[in-house]
Design a binder for this molecule. Structure first.
Ligand SMILES: Nc1ncnc2c1ncn2[C@@H]1O[C@H](COP(=O)(O)OP(=O)(O)OP(=O)(O)O)[C@@H](O)[C@H]1O
Ligand SMILES: [Mg+2]
Length: 366
C-alpha cells in the first residue's frame, strides 16, 4: 500500500499524522469492520449508509465515492467498510502506482462485476490515466490504444459495473471533471475529543489494555483530532503503563507517559512548542517573518511552515498575517506566559501594541 510520502520533511514524529514505523501492521488490527463500528463522522456515516443501503436494495453497484480529508482520519478504513457493507471484493491501488494509462486499463479490465476499486492518493495519478478514468467511471468503458503513431487504433473495451472509491488528502488538487464524476463525496473532519476517547477505549479493548475514562480522555486530548495519532499514543502509553506502573492506564499514567515523549496537554510536540516559545519569548508574540522565526528555532523555513504551523493555526495558537506570524492570546495562556501589553501600561505606545516588548524586531525586520 502506498502512504502519503509527500508530506514529511522532518524525521518521524509521534504526533505526525502520516502512517509510519509499526503503524501499518497495528492499524490493520484496529480498523473498524463496518459502519456501526466506525466512530464519529456522523454526517458522512449517515449519508454513506443511505447510499449503500439504496444500492443494495436495488441490487445495483454503488455510486462512485470520493473520500477527502487529512491523513489518519479514516479514508482507507472507510473504503474497506464500503466493500464489507456491499459484500464485494476490493482492489487496492494508488495514484502514484498508476503512471501509464495502460496500468489502469489492466486493472479496470480485470475487475469483477460489483468490485470496489480503491484508488488512494487519487490526486497523484498521471494525466493520461486520469482521462481514461473519466470514461471508465461514466460509461464503464475504456479505449485501449494498440500500436503507435499513425497506425495506432483505439479498441473499445466494455467494463463490468464497479464502484470507484477515491481517497485524497488534497481534494482541491482534483480536476473538476474528475470530481464531478463521483456520485457521492464525503469530506472527513477532524474528530472531537469525546469521539477520540471512544476510539482510544475501543482500541484499548482490542489490544487488551486496561484503561479508565480519564486515561482515555487524556490520550484523546493530545491526539490532534486524529484517530491514527490516538492509536499511536495509546501504544506508547501502554508501554509506559506496563514498565513504570501496574499496567492500568489512568490520567496520571497517560500524562506521565506522554510527558516522556514530549507531547503536551494539547498535543503539541517539541517542535511546535519551540516555534511558539520563540514567537513569544524572542519576538514578543510577533508579528515576525517566517524566515526569522525559522532561524530562531534552528529549523528550515519549510519545516516550520509545513510541519509545525498548520496545527498551531488550527488550534488557534498562531495566526499567519500579511505582516508576519502572530501569537494569539491562547498561545500566551498555553505556555503560561503574560503578553507584554498586559505587563504594564507603558507597553502599548504608538498603536502597534502587539510589538510590545520585542527589542529584536528592528534588527531582524520581516
Ligand atoms: N472513525 C474511526 N473509528 C475508529 N478508528 C478509526 C476511525 N478512523 C480511523 N481509525 C483508525 O485510524 C487509523 C488510520 O485510519 P486510516 O488508515 O483509514 O486513515 P487514512 O485517512 O486512510 O489516512 P491516510 O491519508 O494516511 O491514508 C486506522 O488504524 C483506523 O483503525
Ligand atoms: Mg489511507
Amino acid at each position: 500500500m502506498n502512504w502519503d510520502d509527500d508530506s514529511s520533511p522532518v524525521e518521524e514524529r509521534i504526533v505526525g499524522a502520516a502512517a509510519e514505523g509499526d503503524d501499518q501492521a497495528v492499524e490493520a488490527a484496529l480498523r473498524p469492520k463496518d459502519l456501526g463500528e466506525f466512530i464519529g463522522q456522523e454526517k458522512v456515516r449517515q449519508q454513506l449508509d443511505l447510499v449503500l443501503k439504496a444500492a443494495r436494495q436495488r441490487g445495483a453497484t454503488a455510486d462512485h465515492v470520493l473520500l477527502s480529508g487529512a491523513p489518519g482520519l479514516g479514508k482507507t478504513t472507510l473504503s474497506m467498510i464500503i466493500a464489507a457493507e456491499m459484500n464485494a471484493p476490493i482492489r487496492i491501488t494508488s495514484g502514484p502506482a498508476i503512471q501509464h494509462a495502460g496500468d489502469l486499463a489492466a486493472i479496470l479490465s480485470s475487475l469483477q462485476e460489483g468490485e470496489i476499486l480503491f484508488l488512494d492518493e487519487i490526486h497523484r495519478m498521471s494525466r493520461p490515466a486520469e482521462e481514461m478514468l473519466y470514461m471508465a467511471m461514466e460509461d464503464f468503458r475504456v479505449d485501449v490504444i494498440v500500436g503507435k503513431g499513425p497506425g495506432a487504433t483505439a479498441i473499445p473495451l466494455d467494463l463490468p459495473p464497479f464502484t470507484l472509491v477515491g481517497a485524497t488528502t488534497r481534494a482541491g488538487l482534483l480536476p473538476p471533471p474528475l470530481r464531478d464524476r463521483f456520485g457521492f463525496t464525503a469530506h472527513m473532519e477532524f474528530y472531537e475529543p469525546h469521539e477520540l476517547e471512544r476510539v482510544v477505549r475501543r482500541s484499548a479493548g482490542l489490544l487488551d489494555v486496561e484503561i479508565d475514562t480519564d486515561g482515555a480522555a487524556e490520550i484523546a486530548g493530545r491526539s490532534r483530532g486524529t484517530p491514527r495519532i490516538a492509536n499511536r499514543l495509546l501504544r506508547r502509553v501502554r508501554d509506559y503503563a506496563q514498565v513504570e506502573a501496574d499496567g492500568v492506564i489512568t490520567r496520571e499514567v497517560a500524562a506521565a507517559a506522554l510527558g516522556v515523549y514530549e507531547v503536551d496537554s494539547r498535543g503539541l510536540d517539541r517542535l511546535d512548542r519551540a516555534v511558539l516559545e520563540a514567537l513569544l519569548k524572542l519576538f514578543g508574540g510577533g508579528p515576525v517573518g517566517l524566515s526569522t522565526l525559522a532561524v530562531a528555532v534552528g529549523e528550515e523555513r519549510e519545516t516550520v511552515e509545513e510541519v509545525a504551523e498548520p496545527f498551531l493555526v488550527r488550534e488557534g495558537l498562531l495566526a499567519r498575517t500579511p505582516r508576519g506570524r502572530v501569537a494569539t492570546p491562547a498561545a500566551w495562556a498555553h505556555l503560561g506566559l503574560v503578553p507584554p501589553q498586559a505587563a504594564g501600561p507603558g507597553a502599548a505606545g504608538g498603536g502597534g501594541a502587539a510589538r510590545g516588548g520585542s527589542g529584536q524586531g528592528g534588527l531582524f525586520g520581516m
